[in-house]
Ligand binder design. Structure first.
Ligand SMILES: Cc1cc2nc3c(=O)[nH]c(=O)nc-3n(C[C@H](O)[C@H](O)[C@H](O)COP(=O)(O)OP(=O)(O)OC[C@H]3O[C@@H](n4cnc5c(N)ncnc54)[C@H](O)[C@@H]3O)c2cc1C
Length: 383
């Protein structure tokens, strides 16, 4: 049975919704209801993501979000009791275009200024570190040993279970289908199980956040873009310290997954849509590009593959905060790198609701109004 009322409704049981519910409960909020349309939590973008966490971004606000969020992941088990398998394997961006070198060198300088220990590596050093890869065309790149990998489902479930222990009700199989809005205020949420009255709603619906905005008459410019990846059968030749390697020009990435590798590549021609089936044609393109970089792959088999949706905004930055409908908040649009910012984003949303603005990280420039007012902030390090 669904309740008839709730103080706060959080829509979406991915990393954002889970973290928001947890951080609101931690701040003492009561009567919080988390709604997820699927049968399990974390089946959206979060459960399909590569699990990468990194400090390396090109804008200060993204680096600052990482500076807060990654240590929260390091402390996660102590805080929630849930192990999340944090592996600091390092991210190694490899660059082949002179124009990227200039941007990345500036980004490394900015990251260093903010206290992030990212290093610049020349092409020879990268070839020395990755002897199994064909990297003749690589000019240079950047490496941060504290970047790494975390298990996404453990983070979602860790937050949800900790939130439940503090009294949050988290329900699956409840789809939000509309909103009740009176005089510019949200007063209720319509769901597959009936209407629930509330004055505070958080839209944490990831790739579906634009659709939910539309139901409330709010233009939230987030488009879903399919991204896919595959894992290989065991590759004993790959050393345990193999980093998360990103071939930036091709949006091609590799990291260790179990005994094999996880490999993905973004299709620049992908059209917006909610299709989450693997595109076999693109998978072949991905496999061929990956094999050209790592010839050992010719002897590896396909272990698994899947597709998920990026939640892309016009400037590849998330949207935090208020909307034109009073009581309706948004936390979405992380444009393919939101898993790692889930912990701090939940804390920020609790600050915005309870204190009026975020104090952990200044995200005031990442408001919804920036699109109408032309204050876009471009992020270069989008994979
Ligand atoms: C292939 C791929 C690789 C990625 N790799 C990385 C990475 O390495 N590192 C990183 O940081 N990020 C990565 N990302 C991005 C990351 O997954 C997302 O930014 C992040 O998970 C977004 O979390 P979310 O909670 O906003 O969205 P989601 O996890 O999608 O959660 C939204 C939830 O809302 C639910 N929902 C939607 N509509 C409704 C409704 N009407 N009623 C009720 N519930 C609803 C959905 O079912 C879903 O569970 C990747 C994404 C993809 C697709």
């Amino acid at each position: 049975m669904l309740p008839k009322t709730a103080e706060i409704i959080v829509i979406g049981g991915g990393v954002m919704g889970a973290s928001i519910a947890y951080h609101l409960a931690l701040r003492g909020q009561k009567d919080i209801l988390l709604l997820e349309k699927e049968s399990f939590f974390g089946q959206g973008a979060t459960g399909r993501c590569a699990g990468g966490v990194r400090y390396q971004f090109a804008t200060e606000v993204n680096v600052r979000l990482s500076i807060e969020s990654l240590p929260m992941l390091e402390r996660f088990e102590a805080e929630t009791g849930q192990a999340i398998d944090y592996r600091a394997c390092g991210y190694l961006f490899i660059l082949t275009r002179p124009e990227d070198v200039r941007v990345f060198q500036n980004s490394v300088a900015m990251q260093n200024r903010l206290g992030v220990q990212t290093s610049w590596l020349d092409g020879d050093e990268i070839r020395r570190r990755l002897p199994a890869m064909r990297l003749e065309d690589v000019i240079g790149g950047s490496f941060n040993p504290k970047d790494g990998l975390v298990d996404p489902n453990s983070v979602v479930m860790g937050y949800i279970q900790a939130a439940q222990r503090m009294g949050v009700r988290a329900l699956t199989n409840v789809e939000v289908t509309g909103f009740v809005i009176e005089n510019g205020n949200v007063t209720g949420v319509e769901t597959s199980g009936g209407t629930i009255f509330t004055e505070v709603v958080f839209n944490a619906a990831g790739p579906w956040a634009g659709r939910l905005g539309h139901m409330a008459g709010i233009d939230i410019p987030i488009i879903p873009l399919r991204r896919q990846m595959f894992t290989t059968t065991p590759m004993p030749e790959i050393p345990p310290d193999f980093p998360f390697v990103l071939d930036f020009a091709q949006s091609l990435y590799f990291h260790r997954e179990g005994q094999g590798l996880l490999i993905g590549m973004s299709n620049p021609k992908e059209q917006p849509g909610f299709d989450q089936n693997v595109d076999p044609t693109w998978e072949l393109v991905n496999f061929e590009a990956a094999t050209a970089r790592l010839p050992l792959l010719e002897h590896a088999g396909l272990a698994s593959h899947w597709a998920g949706l990026y939640e892309v905004t016009p400037d590849a930055h998330p949207i935090f905060g208020k909307t034109p409908v009073a009581g309706f908040y948004v936390c979405a649009g992380f444009s393919g790198h939101g898993f790692m910012h889930g912990p701090i984003s939940g804390k920020i949303m609790a600050e915005i609701l309870l204190d009026g603005s975020a104090s952990s990280v200044d995200v005031s420039m990442l408001d919804l109004a920036r699109f109408e007012e032309g204050r876009l902030i471009q992020e270069y390090n989008v994979v």
